[in-house]
Design a binder for this molecule. Structure first.
Ligand code: COA
Length: 372
């Protein structure tokens, strides 16, 4: 068995961002227009008027201040309210592969590797832009990588499940050097016309290089152990899929975008995640006090504060549990990896930490790492 290690990380951040104020202005213009168009039905009590959103609510309920997106103009157009990302011809790189190429190039540079050194690519994301061929295989071609590549989807937990899959293959020897890539275009599955959730998501792509610890050329994080768990729930759900046409459901339907019962998710996922991390630490004989850092899924500040407190048994100190959601919002599977990428360089050899992602499924994945 070989010891797997993370030897490189990279983040692609889209050029455009949307502040809460800009978002709320667009939503409120959309809501006003909708109410005007439906004034008679509203007056007759047939439909409910849309209520305005508020930047103060968004910040206090989530901690989010802005989000990056692949297309801002479509999202902020009150007559459209979703990104405009024109379809590309089949002989041009897809948008996810293009985002991935930039994140992977950064991760490879850090690891002192090129695409040709890679023999496994896992494209782990909440949504893939087409059914097949796998986006991962397109990334493999763009990078000139060897071996094999595949897509996987465990929603917000895709990154940690991907690390476990790649780490186990490196341990066993079926792969030697891997990229776990998370291109998330959350703006395309978010319902920007629903004020309960229109502020939640943003776009980004992260990439990690994993290889045998003994072969890593620079700084590395040993993947000491991984643990994944799932438990079925309908509280975060998206019904879009390839059977849509067969159900005669091609019309604009609310359930074809992200839906959640936010309060229930909060109440049910928090205990699941804290117990999962504590159980994983216990299995490895680690104490919570051994953790120098927690890189958590980035959905909600209050949620992360709660998990940090529960796991550590005290209030987390500044920097112990870094959040990036104020700048990126929830970027699904990529969030904990952005936090790791931006907040791990300062740790010393021997320092330990946990990367943990959680979300739809429900699903939760934790990765115990130690700086070598
Ligand atoms: N602007 C102003 N008010 C809003 C609003 C908005 N954009 N959206 C909702 N509200 C109102 C609601 O109507 C409600 O009003 P009421 O008390 O008069 O009924 C009030 O604010 C509270 O709404 P609620 O939806 O209960 O807010 P919340 O405190 O639960 O926060 C989330 C909402 C989504 C931030 C929170 O539930 C959450 O983060 N859940 C975790 C799940 C998650 O992030 N999942 C993502 C996938 S991993």
């Amino acid at each position: 068995m070989y010891q797997p290690a993370i030897s490189g990380h990279g983040v692609f951040t889209p050029a455009q961002s949307i502040s809460n104020d800009e978002l709320v202005e667009a939503f409120n213009a959309y809501a006003e227009g909708w109410n005007a168009r439906n004034a008679e039905k509203i007056a007759a009590g047939e439909v409910e008027a849309k209520t305005p959103s508020s930047a103060d609510f968004i910040f206090s309920a989530s901690g989010i201040e802005r989000r990056f997106v692949m297309d801002k103009s479509g999202v902020l157009d009150p007559d459209r309210m979703y990104p405009a990302l024109p379809a590309r011809p089949d002989d041009q790189p897809g948008i996810m592969a293009e985002m991935a190429q930039e994140a992977c190039t950064r991760a490879l540079e850090m690891a002192g590797r090129t695409g040709a050194d890679i023999d496994l690519i896992i494209c782990a994301a909440s949504n893939h832009e087409r059914a097949y061929p796998a986006v991962a295989i397109e990334i493999q071609q763009l990078l000139g990588a060897q071996g094999f590549a595949f897509d996987m989807n465990v929603a917000c937990s895709s990154a940690t499940f991907g690390i476990q899959a790649a780490g186990d293959m490196i341990r066993a020897g079926s792969a030697r050097r891997a990229l776990v890539v998370c291109p998330e275009i959350c703006s395309a599955h978010l319902e920007w016309r629903d004020r309960d959730c229109h502020f939640i998501f943003g776009d980004v792509c992260t990439a990690l290089v994993l290889e045998r610890a003994e072969e890593a050329q620079g700084a590395r994080w040993d993947v000491v152990s991984t643990r994944c768990a799932t438990q079925f729930s309908n509280n975060i759900r998206n019904n879009d899929g390839f059977l849509r046409r067969t159900h005669d459901q091609m019309e604009d339907r609310r359930d074809m975008q992200f839906m959640q019962n936010g309060r229930k998710v909060f109440k049910e996922v928090l205990p699941m995640v804290s117990a999962h991390i504590l159980g994983h630490l216990g299995e490895e004989g680690w104490q919570a006090d051994d953790l120098k850092r927690l890189w958590l899924h980035q959905a909600n500040k209050t949620m992360n504060d709660f998990i940090g407190k529960k796991v550590l048994g005290r209030e987390p100190e500044a920097g112990e549990q870094p959040n990036i959601l104020q700048d990126y919002a929830n970027t699904s599977s990529a969030g904990s990896i952005i936090a790791f990428s931006q907040n791990s360089a300062d740790l010393a050899p021997g320092d330990r930490g946990v990367i943990c992602s959680f979300g739809a499924g429900y699903s939760v994945g934790s990765v115990l790492v130690q700086r070598a």
